[in-house]
Each structure stands twice: as structure tokens, then as C-alpha cells.
Write a new protein. Structure first.
Length: 291
């Protein structure tokens, strides 16, 4: 039996509720659920929503389930929230306004996706609260170590400590992004689905490819420069997306590329961090042993 779409009447806008997560936000705007997550802003019309659910530990997170096609379940978007009361209010308001039947083309076809605004991220150098706290702690350690060596009269060691920040910073700039990249590749590969992405658009020097997940949702990825075209076609590449977060994807790379990158990071980053250790922590160890 076919399902007839009964659109929601033009009612008043939804209440301006919001739910904050860890670097993510969901809010109600007009007759739309807006989800800003991982650099992407999704605008989900209330007609596309089959159900909203409070889930997770303490029911602080929210799932927005979209209508599927021909009785099949639609995609589900999840925000890991921080406040159970806010999550409950948002779920209640969304369910009260949602349609009782879905559009023939499914809810995913109504979702609008675009890159999130970066204007708010420029404040504080784009760092999260945890990253700022770590930076402040390291600054205190740096100043405190220099002051301790200078107070002990070890001027040569104090000078080495002072200069050691350069190889430490350069080493971290090489190693930390590489570790994040490796962690993302491992987690996506562990629960990933391999698909073909085709050329979508170009913005200046940036290129974007589009792929479709198993639920029919479409997503974009900015490919790795080392991604190879399938069958020699540069407009088709192989990507792996996370089954739990379909918008999170990586490009398939040759084993030789991964090997050379690992060797380069290990050599360059390892040497710089080793030099930083000799110039900084080792000086405090020698001071403690001399006492």
C-alpha cells in the first residue's frame, strides 16, 4: 500500500531551543532542525523528521530519525549532548511538530547541507577549551623549568631549556596532526564501508567529490592529494566512510604511500622530539641528580 504524504500545515515557528554537545550543536530555527557537526551544517525541515529521540547515558543525546522510502528506515543523525533537560525539551518540541507521514522521496532528499560558518572558530585561535587548558599548562611548565634552572645557577642548562622549545614545537606540529590522521583512518577502516566517490565541484584550488551511503544519503569529501583515480579516471576515487557517521570518510591510499608517510613522520618528528628531550626534560633530570 503506497504511503501518501500529508505535509505539515503552515504553523508558527518552533521554539528556539538548542542543545550543545562536544564541539557540536543542534537547534530549532523556524520549522527546521539545524545540526552543526564536524564542519558541516545540516538544515532538516520538520517534514523530513519521522521521530526525535533522547538517547544515551542520562538521555542527554538526541537522535533525529528521518523518513525513509517505501517503508525502509531513513538515516539517523545523532548529537551527543551535555544536558538531559535541554535534550528532552528539544525532542518534545520536534515530535509535537513533526509530520505523521513522510514525503514520497524520503526525508533525506529534503536535507540541505553546507559547510558550517567558521567565523566563530577564529576566536581563541580556533582552539577548544581542553586545548587551551593544555597550552596554558605547558606554558607554566616551560616558564617554571627555565626559572628553576636559572635559580639553581645552571645558566647553560637554562639556555638549552629556553632554546629547546623550537624543536619541541616543530616536532609536535609534525607528530600530533599525523597521529590524529592515523586515528581517523583506523577508526573509519574498523567500521567502514567502501564506496566510489565521483567529482562534484571545485572551489578555487579545492576539489570535492561526492559519494552515496547505504541509506541513500549523499556526502562530500575533499580528497587526499595522493588518492588515485579508479581505472585511471581522475574523476572517480575510492573512499571508505564510517557506517555510524556516514559524513566521516577517508580516501583509500596505496600501501607504499602510507609506508612513506609513516617513515617521514617517524624520522622528522622523532628526531625533533628527541632533540627537545635532550635540551629540556634531560636538563631537569641532570639538575635533580646533581643535587
Amino acid at each position: 500500500m503506497s504511503r501518501r504524504h500529508e505535509p505539515s500545515p503552515p504553523l508558527s515557528p518552533l521554539p528556539s531551543l538548542t542543545l550543545r554537545g562536544y564541539g557540536e550543536t543542534m537547534w530549532l530555527e523556524g520549522r527546521t532542525v539545524v545540526l552543526e557537526q564536524k564542519g558541516l551544517r545540516r538544515r532538516i525541515p520538520i517534514e523530513a523528521v519521522e521521530e526525535a529521540r533522547a538517547v544515551g547515558r542520562g538521555r542527554r543525546s538526541v537522535e533525529i530519525a528521518l523518513w525513509g522510502v517505501n517503508g525502509a528506515p531513513g538515516p539517523v543523525f545523532t548529537l551527543k549532548g551535555r544536558d538531559a533537560a535541554s535534550a528532552g525539551r528539544l525532542v518534545e518540541a520536534t515530535n509535537r511538530a513533526r509530520s505523521r507521514s513522510g514525503p514520497p522521496q524520503g526525508g533525506a532528499a529534503l536535507v540541505e547541507e553546507r559547510p558550517a560558518s567558521t567565523s566563530g572558530r577564529k576566536k581563541g585561535l580556533g582552539l577548544t577549551r581542553r586545548e587551551r587548558a593544555v597550552g596554558i599548562a605547558l606554558l607554566h611548565v616551560y616558564v617554571g623549568g627555565f626559572a628553576l634552572l636559572a635559580w639553581a645557577g645552571e645558566l647553560q642548562q637554562a639556555a638549552l631549556w629556553l632554546l629547546g622549545v623550537a624543536p619541541a614545537l616543530f616536532g609536535l606540529l609534525i607528530v600530533v596532526p599525523s597521529l590524529r590522521w592515523a586515528w581517523k583512518r583506523w577508526t573509519v577502516r574498523r567500521r567502514g564501508v567502501m564506496v566510489v566517490a565521483v567529482f562534484a565541484r571545485r572551489e578555487g584550488k579545492r576539489t570535492f567529490f561526492r559519494y552515496t551511503d547505504l541509506e541513500g544519503g549523499t556526502h562530500e569529501i575533499e580528497p587526499d592529494y595522493a588518492a588515485r583515480g579508479i581505472g585511471g579516471d581522475p574523476k572517480r576515487i575510492e573512499v571508505v566512510y564510517d557506517r555510524q557517521q556516514p559524513e566521516r570518510a577517508i580516501c583509500s591510499l596505496a600501501a607504499s604511500t602510507l609506508l612513506w608517510r609513516t617513515a617521514g613522520v617517524t624520522l622528522a618528528g622523532g628526531l625533533l622530539l628527541s632533540l627537545a628531550f635532550l635540551m629540556m626534560p634531560l636538563q631537569l633530570i641532570l639538575l635533580a641528580l646533581s643535587g
